[in-house]
Design a protein around this ligand. Sequence first.
Ligand code: 8OZ
Length: 372
Amino acid sequence: MTTLFDSLQVGSLQLANRVVMAPLTRNRAPGALPTPAMVTYYTQRADPENGAGLIVSEATAITHQAQGYSDVPGIWTDEQVAGWKKVTDSVHAAGGKIVLQLWHVGRISHVDLQPGGQAPVAPSAIRANAKTVLIRDGVPTFEDTSMPRALTLQELPGLVNDYRHAARNSIAAGFDGVEVHGANGYLLDQFLRANANTRTDAYGGSIENRARFLLEVTTAIAQEIGSDRVGIRLSPVTPAGDVEDLQPQALFNYVVAQLAPLNLAYLHVIEGATGGARDYAQGDKPFDYVELYTAYRSADGKAAWMVNNGYDLALASQAIANGADLVAFGRPFIANPDLTRRLREGAPLNTPDHTTFYGGDEKGYTDYPALA
Ligand code: 8OZ
């Protein structure tokens, strides 16, 4: 029987095990530049005997406009590429694999984080009832997101190019691939969900139209760097970022069926409310993840199926037995650099300290102990 600790070929990546380090925003990259502490943090979790079979980087802005939080890293400049190269070289030297998560926040931003203090961009000029994190004088504060302006039809090809450029930079920085951030109420998810997208052009209205931008972006990235090193993350029912859709099953069954012919490396699905209830529902019935999986496989989709949200060893083992290929762990990886070893040996886990998740120094970042 297959277990979490068995190897797996995922697109072009040969993974030593099926334990994935989920993308985790940590707000420790002032000036959007990767730091030496980030090299240490990722390297501590890279050796697959003890750590992840695959690391997904923290969400990383594809352009300045794509940023929505203080001190998150970017991947649009040569200096950022050089900073990330130090991370990927060190992860590879430890025997690890790492992909970069490509991120555009859309409307989940603040004018103070935008180029020239301009309004953030979104499918429609609808403000999210959501907060963003600004670090002012070293102190993280939660502030309301700013009113966005609607992207024009003419602007969309430029945004697709921004994603292409960031994907190319990711490969130049030594990443083994990229994950498209299509989840959690950010730009691509804003196009998908009916309450954030009221466009009347080819990118709004019907499910087909709302899915168009995400599919164009993902197709462009796959063309740019090869589909066998591209994954995508989706969150069919999450309320994160104030997004809602009352027909999530029809919407996401369609999205995954359209992704099938792209031959991606993996699909990464957040089940329920991100970081919250696994049975969270939008619309009038529970979301059926088996139906989603079946919609993808019925469309001849062959990518590895990665599940995420609140997994522990028992739940993860059950998911693998039920046909999932990979399980992503978030908070457990913050507190346990050697999570894979601890799961394999049934060892106790360190408890994550919530107060040091976002921003700060090495405390709660690189100082969690591994087993002796
Ligand atoms: C927590 C804080 C800020 C950003 C996500 C990138 O939810 C994030 C994020 C999470 O995908």
